[in-house]
Ligand binder design. Sequence first.
Ligand code: BTN
Length: 249
Amino acid sequence: METLFIGQQLIRISRTDSTNNHTIELLRQSVIPEGTIVLAEEQAKGRGQRGRTWESEPGTNLTFSMVLYPVFLLPHKQFALNQAVSLAITEVVSDITRREALIKWPNDIYVEEEKISGILIENAIRDEKLVRSVVGIGLNVNQTKFTPDIPNPTSLKLQTDRDHDLEECLGMLCGKLESRYLQLKSKPQVIVEHYLERLYRQGQWTDYKLKGSRCKAKITGISEQGELLLEYKGGRQAAHTFHEVEFIH
Ligand code: BTN
């Protein structure tokens, strides 16, 4: 691994319920160095956003969690970590597929209209500080068939028509995750700018479901707290949380 700390400690497990759960449990029991990765071949109960599950064929994709101690981030700025992680994955996906990968707010990674990767970050806050972060990442690598209830999945193999080496992909991810994390520490504004450049549907008038009803709006940005800033026809602007707004395809 050509990194300073991300992935230098790699804990491989063949099967667990969820690598995020497993990592949180490890953190309870012992001191884990920053950058440690817990990688599972199989998750029995992989967790996704909004209480959803994350499905992944055993041994075919990357499902792992990374331990970070982002004490330099104030809790109200914790979304910046999602932004840095999303950017790192997007870069790796673009490098491998030679296609533009975009971030569907808040942190799904898309190639065109299909989802290739998901992120689940679980933070612990103590005394107004972000004391630890478990960054869970699922990246579809060599899976080509998905169960029908997954809305619009894709994988590196589906995008490129060839198999990919999991270790190589993990190495690339660790490298990009480390550079974006260090950049978050030293130049956080750059992360915000690059995230906006990579944002799916940014600046386009499209349909959204907002608190249950359909409306046309345009993404104009992201607030510091990670809310989606939408502009409506007529010029009104509003900030929305993840629970209020849904994309319509
Ligand atoms: C989502 O798209 O809703 C987020 C998916 C996150 C999945 C990863 S796989 C590794 C880690 N362990 C989990 O249980 N979830 C994350």
